[in-house]
Write a protein of this length. Structure first.
Length: 193
């Protein structure tokens, strides 16, 4: 027998025992997903607040960001800051936005990320150019993991989409953690209960 055959025979004879593949995650309790989402988001530097059924998103934002100036919203429900979209608005004209408010399609409990499309942000640059990002999401729209997220995305029609998890951060600059290096300094998620 040649060396090659000996090696292949040894590999074949010394295989680990066969293990049953785990069952695909079929879903979870909503309460567990919301709590996991909040825990992970806060671990990666984001903040999370709950908006009760009798509370308005506008009032919650005013309470959390009382001194915010240059606030824009792409959500029609936040009327006082609703951004009128026009052909002459460019990424550069948004550079002075301090606080941007938008609604996510869904959140992912596994990593604290939210899924935004161009329909949610209107301008692709908006969630990245603002100093502070506020994302509003319904509690029922939090999925347990990325597998469920990709299943949900697979049925959507969109030109641009992005997962955003927490504020922008990097430690590449002299091994120091820098927030807001290439995106918002702070990300706040409001979960509508």
């Amino acid at each position: 027998m040649r060396s090659r055959d000996n090696i292949l025979k040894a590999v074949k004879e010394n295989q680990p025992p066969l293990e049953v593949k785990p069952v695909a995650y079929a879903g979870s309790a909503l309460e567990g997903d919301v709590a996991a989402f909040q825990r992970v988001l806060e671990t990666i530097g984001g903040t999370c607040y709950h908006v009760a059924a009798d509370e308005s998103v506008s009032d919650k934002i005013k309470a959390v960001f009382p001194d915010a100036k240059n606030v824009v919203s792409v959500m029609t429900s936040v009327q006082e800051n609703f951004m009128q979209f026009a052909a002459n608005v460019t990424g550069h004209s948004l550079e002075h936005i301090e606080l941007a408010i938008m609604e996510a399609e869904f959140g992912v409990a596994e990593n604290g990320a939210v899924w935004l499309t161009e329909a949610n942000s209107k301008y692709r640059v908006l969630p990245f150019i603002t100093e502070y990002l506020v994302v509003v999401i319904d509690a029922v729209d939090i999925v347990p993991d990325m597998q469920a997220a990709y299943e949900k995305i697979g049925t959507q029609d969109y030109d641009f989409g992005v997962f955003i998890a927490g504020p922008s951060k990097t430690a590449d600059i002299e091994q120091s953690l820098v927030l807001g290096a290439h995106g918002p300094k702070r990300m706040t998620v409001l979960i509508k209960d």
